[in-house]
Design a protein around this ligand. Structure first.
Ligand SMILES: *[C@@H]1O[C@H](CO)[C@@H](O)[C@H](O)[C@H]1NC(C)=O
Ligand SMILES: *[C@@H]1O[C@H](CO)[C@@H](O)[C@H](O)[C@H]1NC(C)=O
Ligand SMILES: *[C@@H]1O[C@H](CO)[C@@H](O)[C@H](O)[C@H]1NC(C)=O
Ligand SMILES: *[C@@H]1O[C@H](CO)[C@@H](O)[C@H](O)[C@H]1NC(C)=O
Ligand SMILES: *[C@@H]1O[C@H](CO)[C@@H](O)[C@H](O)[C@H]1NC(C)=O
Ligand SMILES: *[C@@H]1O[C@H](CO)[C@@H](O)[C@H](O)[C@H]1NC(C)=O
Ligand SMILES: *[C@@H]1O[C@H](CO)[C@@H](O)[C@H](O)[C@H]1NC(C)=O
Ligand SMILES: *[C@@H]1O[C@H](CO)[C@@H](O)[C@H](O)[C@H]1NC(C)=O
Ligand SMILES: *[C@@H]1O[C@H](CO)[C@@H](O)[C@H](O)[C@H]1NC(C)=O
Ligand SMILES: *[C@@H]1O[C@H](CO)[C@@H](O)[C@H](O)[C@H]1NC(C)=O
Ligand SMILES: *[C@@H]1O[C@H](CO)[C@@H](O)[C@H](O)[C@H]1NC(C)=O
Length: 624
């Protein structure tokens, strides 16, 4: 499994012309050029292992250095990495004036290496270093001095230089993390933010060699180990614990997409080889700071890591860890009299973050800490450990959970979930937010856009057809239900009914976000449930939930019905409980959908539906 993941990690499957067909000519002659798609898409090193030229990235091509000699074609350097990939008509030329120029069809030119000093020759060396020489044979530029995310054997990371991770396995533009060889002699890993904004609390790895001499370099020794070299050439400290030379090996060191610095080796003895990790700067995948955005915490799981929102928070952009989380309720201002009563303090064991508290107090117990936050309207969260209570304000940074952590995080959030959800529907929303509910009235045209012309059908239900859609400015996924039966209600009644449904807030109910009432069109917009319906879960053998999950689902449905019948402001009778109407969210929580609609139907339709569904509903309940 680990091997397979590693293979995926490193297998930048690229479309290349067969490189063996090319002449192994390390010197690049003046006037020669490459194009992405014919035989000459790259210049090979003498050994045939490394190539400089075009490689496939996304829908286009980038220029860089990759391991042409192994099947994975692993990319080790990218020229102008943050420029967008070029199209297949681009050319890369070592001009007769001695400049390396990448030309796109639109006439744009990018220089690789130096623009102001012409070179008289260029060479792709066996070490993977691309070098430009002056007429007297002096090196005027070399790619080894401008690393991206990777170091190769015999390469130095010199003082004030850094490696920056890639955005993703397939996108080599700059990502989230960096490894800096600081001028003070310390080798440090940070989030990839401007140096002026970084402090020691942003660091998540440090060699601790500051003060041991200026202008130190990190050396990836050809003997396959890493050490720090001072400016008079003395090894100050070995970073890796030993040498990792293997027979027929190729190697690289890279700050990976996940922020961890790793040494990889690959044996060319077997055709079925894969890259294997020999050394890592950390074994804790939650250690890189900035993996999770604001108001999140990192947890380790079987897949590696996950970033979760704090209680009372939702993703700012769904699924995007960097975007962080925002409160899903509107907090009262401190001048508001009734504030503290509505709040709840949720505990997160073994969780902490990096921020400085605005106030620290000594308390007897955790309860005292909770009380202190409840009584202080400025307090938004706190950390409790051993009699000490640290009060915090938002946003919280670098949150993580780890079983070795004795801190307990306490998060204040609104108990009363009648509070409106803050969903970025569109600018027009704001007016509707003033009402008790944040329901939005959509035009038919908007819904057509959101669903890309009702393209992706995700279900056919008793009241109509459901399509997948996306709210354009927030990228939030929604389910749009097109009602295809005759409704008895006029517009006012319809809106009142929608508001009654919209006022329901319960974790076991699918949330209605908005509706459309236009001409003959009646559409409802719901939150999107990624995991389908209970019917999919029950009736497909591969998904069968275990007993514990069944019990959880059954209790969830019961809680949802109880709420509809007894707790919400307007009593709602569902009349159509069946597995197709119970949706499953990403936490495998049951959510009732389609509630409140029965009332909108003509009386005879209601009867028919109730009659049939009653039997099937109880049948399905037995299956649970
Ligand atoms: C390649 O270029 C280098 C530096 O200009 C030169 O010393 C060497 O002789 C050249 N090799 C070939 C095979 O032309
Ligand atoms: C590829 O480059 C070699 C050497 O530079 C040249 O002899 C050959 O004609 C080129 N082939 C193509 C298809 O351009
Ligand atoms: C590069 O590698 C090839 C094959 O391994 C070898 O024949 C050649 O001598 C090497 N070139 C240099 C300059 O070491
Ligand atoms: C490099 O380290 C050696 C041995 O510790 C020391 O003698 C020398 O002064 C150091 N060089 C610099 C520039 O600090
Ligand atoms: C460190 O390098 C900088 C720039 O190369 C140089 O100006 C400075 O004198 C060097 N310091 C030492 C102690 O070698
Ligand atoms: C670093 O490791 C090398 C090779 O394993 C060893 O020869 C050397 O003594 C070590 N140096 C230090 C400073 O620990
Ligand atoms: C790779 O192939 C060799 C024989 O060539 C075999 O012994 C080895 O088990 C294979 N390894 C994997 C991971 O398939
Ligand atoms: C995720 O959010 C960040 C910050 O808000 C943004 O810069 C980035 O482009 C987003 N990524 C994706 C894939 O949407
Ligand atoms: C982590 O949390 C659990 C549950 O609250 C607790 O029993 C355990 O002691 C905590 N770990 C540490 C190191 O405090
Ligand atoms: C939400 O909408 C507001 C105003 O329209 C905008 O300033 C903000 O950037 C949006 N946030 C997200 C996460 O889209
Ligand atoms: C959906 O449910 C399956 C099991 O049926 C589970 O493995 C998967 O993680 C769930 N997907 C999401 C997005 O939660």
């Amino acid at each position: 499994m680990a091997c397979l993941r590693l293979l995926l990690l490193l297998a930048f499957v690229l479309l290349f012309a067969s490189s063996d067909a090319q002449r192994r000519e390390s010197n690049i002659s003046l006037g020669s050029f490459l194009t992405p798609q014919d035989q000459n898409s790259s210049w090979l090193s003498n050994s045939g292992l490394y190539a400089f030229g075009f490689y496939k990235q996304g829908d286009g091509f980038s220029v860089g250095i990759f391991m042409a000699g192994i099947p994975q074609k692993t990319v080790v350097w990218t020229a102008n990495r943050d420029s967008p990939p070029v199209t297949r008509d681009a050319t890369l030329q070592f001009t007769s004036e001695g400049r390396l120029v990448l030309r796109s069809t639109t006439g744009e030119e990018q220089y690789i290496g130096v623009q102001d000093r012409p070179a008289s020759s260029a060479s792709m060396l066996n070490s993977s270093n691309l070098v430009l020489y002056s007429s007297n044979g002096m090196r005027i530029w070399e790619s080894f001095n401008y690393p991206t995310d990777t170091l190769l054997p015999s390469q130095y990371l010199r003082a004030e230089n850094m490696l920056v991770s890639s955005a993703s396995e397939s996108d080599h533009s700059s990502g989230l993390f960096c490894l800096r060889m600081q001028s003070d002699g310390n080798l440090v890993q940070y989030p990839a933010k401007p140096l002026s904004t970084l402090t020691t609390s942003d660091a998540y790895y440090a060699s601790g060699t500051n003060g041991r001499g200026d202008n130190m370099s990190l050396v990836f020794d050809a003997g396959i180990y890493l050490y720090l070299l001072n400016s008079t050439g003395v090894n100050i400290m070995n970073i890796t614990d030993r040498q990792y030379l293997i027979e027929d090996g190729v190697y690289l060191m890279r700050i990976d997409v996940d922020g961890i610095f790793r040494l990889y080796s690959y044996s060319r003895r077997h055709s079925n080889s894969t890259w294997s990790i020999k050394w890592s700067s950390s074994n804790d995948k939650c250690s890189p700071k900035g993996l999770c955005g604001f108001n999140m915490y990192c947890i380790r799981n079987d897949q590696g890591t996950d970033c979760k929102c704090l209680p009372g928070f939702d993703f700012a952009i769904k699924g995007n860890w960097s975007s962080g989380c925002e409160r899903n309720f509107v907090a009262d201002t401190c001048t508001d009299e009734r504030s503290s009563l509505d709040y709840n303090i949720e505990e997160l064991p073994n969780t902490s973050w990096e921020n400085y508290p605005y106030s620290t107090l000594q308390v007897q117990e955790k309860e005292g800490c909770k009380q202190a936050c409840s009584d202080d309207c400025n307090c938004e969260a706190e950390i409790y450990t051993e009699g000490e209570c640290r009060k915090q304000r938002l946003p919280l940074q670098y949150g993580r959970r780890s079983l070795d952590d004795s801190n307990v995080a306490l998060i204040k959030w609104k108990r009363n979930f009648y509070a409106y959800k803050k969903i970025n529907l569109s600018c027009q929303d704001v007016e509707l937010m003033g009402d008790e509910v944040s329901l939005r009235s959509f035009t038919y045209e908007e819904l057509e856009k959101m669903t890309d012309g009702f393209k992706e059908e995700i279900g056919k239900e008793s009241f109509g057809t459901v399509y997948k859609g996306t709210i354009l400015n927030s990228q939030k996924e929604v389910a749009v239900k097109k009602l295809d039966i005759v409704l008895k209600e006029g517009e006012r009644e319809f809106q009142n009914e929608m508001k009654a449904i919209g006022r329901t807030h319960h974790k076991n109910l699918v949330r209605l976000l908005g509706y459309c009432y236009e001409g003959a069109n009646r559409l409802l917009v719901y939150e999107y449930m990624s995991n389908g319906s209970l019917a999919d879960t029950l009736f497909k053998p591969e998904n069968k939930p275990c007993w514990e999950e069944r019990l959880g689902i059954a209790c969830g449905i019961a809680r949802g019905i109880l709420y509809l019948h007894e707790e919400c402001a307007t009593q709602i009778i569902h009349c159509d409980i069946k597995p197709q109407n119970i949706l499953i969210d990403e936490y495998r929580r049951a959510k009732i959908s389609d509630f409140g609609l029965a009332k909108l139907l003509k009386p005879d339709q209601t009867k028919t539906y109730t009659g049939i569904r009653g039997t099937r509903g109880s049948y399905a309940a037995e299956r649970i």
